[in-house]
Design a protein around this ligand. Sequence first.
Ligand code: KMT
Length: 179
Amino acid sequence: MPLEAWYMDSSDEDQRLPHKLSPNQPVSLDELKKIGVLHWKLNADMYENDPELEKIRKDQGYSFSDIITIQKETLPNYEEKLKMFFEEHLHLDDEIRYILDGQAYFDVRSACNRWIRIAMGKGDLITLPAGIYHRFTMDQTNYTKAMRLFVGEPVWKAYNRPADDFEKRQLYVASLQCS
Ligand code: KMT
């Protein structure tokens, strides 16, 4: 399945629902690229020995990786973590996630500050650029397993919005064109 993304409605119903507008307003991979969001589709069944993944890691310098399984039974402080992940925030480094199993949503702000929801499924690898406001939520299946990649030693620090004074944020904003 190709990656699906769309502009969100503004309802404050359950965050795990799709929140599509009616009619739906899809967002293309090209539009995502314009805001610095990059996507690859890989075969997650062979993530432990995948030359394609190795090539991306080498080309992009993604030297670090670990695996997080997000489900109530196995993730300590599950509810607390989900709440934290859903706070609008940014990082000073790229956020790189590869879904190995299950599914979930990443929400990112468009150049004009609208929420775009990205439906991530098994095999989707995504890079969110440093400085982009974003958040993460489970969908109604409540299960995902993801590889977290990083350039060098990982820094998980998140800065909740507003965090506009960081140089990384300002550089990112300067790269955007709202039209
Ligand atoms: C993190 O940093 O652990 C996250 O972004 C949570 C989602 S990982 C699929």
